[in-house]
Design a protein around this ligand. Structure first.
Ligand SMILES: NC(=O)c1ccc[n+]([C@@H]2O[C@H](COP(=O)([O-])OP(=O)(O)OC[C@H]3O[C@@H](n4cnc5c(N)ncnc54)[C@H](OP(=O)(O)O)[C@@H]3O)[C@@H](O)[C@H]2O)c1
Length: 311
């Protein structure tokens, strides 16, 4: 029998406080809405998310279609931040919009330049403010290109801390980082969240997730459903453990993947991305899914490859 038989809301996943803003742990990632050729549907999905209790939306000024992160290649141009504004302005008081700066997208050149100077980062913050129609940003993540060796975030994070002091930003976070980046940023200004790629079958950041929990920093996984397929979309291969847990609860493997991330700690926030209203409802319902210790152990167990049979 499904364990999520009632009409679920994002609040079923519990709450976490980002600085002084309390959010439901089940949120929404807006990268995918730019890929939807039906603008009205994209707007309807955003409104439905909020109706279902979502009060934490992740975005970026560089989520753009066509091209940009999703490279859909056709259809009318749209920016996720503008769709959010069109769908949700005037914004509900409890809505926290987290955005990110660092990468940008030039739709004319088709290039993705990185903002590294304080002036370029300020320009990105102002672009987010303009497109979202706000006078301040709730959360801004500094999104970096993780490079081997020392790659200091001090100057860039310091520039954002100055904008925080100036009142343009309420809270700061980091994205695509390691523990040493967090160590470097925290003395400069409080870090409320870390947003990295992480999924049931992408556990590279187990240690960072734990460190965030110990320090009271939210860990916000992206590609929790897509896993190794990343921008290519939802993972279609699920091992038998995922399928068995899904069957036991009468839910989909994607919901199990999402629920599993929320079980990794009270500080883990989900931001699944979808342009599909039915998937949205499923994802919200996954926040109400309670996995047993036995199920979690089964999901965590290494997959045992079947020995190849002799021909
Ligand atoms: N910080 C960063 O560098 C970074 C990078 C990438 C993404 N992000 C953020 O993280 C969010 C999540 O990442 P994501 O959207 O790429 O990946 P995701 O949430 O792991 O997965 C999204 C993919 O899964 C599909 N999907 C969603 N719900 C589903 C369901 N219930 N059943 C089956 N398929 C489902 C979506 O397709 P449909 O549209 O068909 O549902 C889409 O193809 C993004 O929206 C963005 O806000 C951040």
């Amino acid at each position: 029998m499904p364990t999520t038989s009632h009409a679920s809301t994002a609040g079923d996943a519990g709450t976490w406080t980002l600085g002084d803003r309390t959010v439901h742990r089940m949120g929404f990632g807006s990268m995918r809405i730019t890929a939807n050729p039906d603008r009205d549907l994209a707007i309807a999905v955003l409104r439905r998310a909020v109706d279902l209790g979502v009060n934490h939306i992740d975005t970026a000024a560089f989520y753009f279609s066509p091209g940009g992160t999703l490279k859909v290649g056709s259809g009318p141009t749209r920016w996720a931040t503008e769709l959010i504004r069109e769908a949700l302005w005037p914004y509900p008081d409890d809505l926290v919009i987290a955005t990110k700066v660092g990468p940008s997208y030039d739709p004319v050149a088709g290039s993705t330049p990185q903002a590294t100077s304080p002036a370029a980062l300020r320009a990105q913050v102002e672009e987010n403010l303009r497109r979202l129609g706000r006078d301040h940003l709730d959360v801004v993540n500094l999104r970096i290109l993780k490079r081997p060796g020392h790659d200091s975030v001090a100057e860039r994070f310091g520039a954002l801390a100055d904008l925080r002091d100036a009142g343009l930003i309420r809270h700061l976070g980091l994205s695509n980082v390691r523990v040493d980046h967090l160590d470097e940023a925290e003395p400069i200004a409080p870090v409320v969240c870390v947003q990295n790629s992480y999924a049931l079958d992408n556990r590279t950041d187990d240690g960072l997730l734990r460190t965030c929990g110990e320090r009271g920093v939210a860990f916000v996984p992206y590609f929790a459903i897509a896993g190794a397929r990343r921008e290519a979309g939802a993972e279609a291969r699920h091992d038998e453990a995922v399928r068995a847990v899904a069957r036991a609860h009468g839910v989909t493997p994607h919901q199990v993947r999402l629920a599993w991330t929320l079980h990794q700690g009270a500080h883990v926030l989900a931001i699944p991305g979808t342009g599909d209203p039915d998937h949205l409802v499923e994802n919200i319902a996954a926040g109400a899914l309670r996995l047993t210790p036995e199920e979690l152990a089964r999901l965590d167990a290494p997959v045992v490859e079947e020995p190849a049979q002799p021909a």
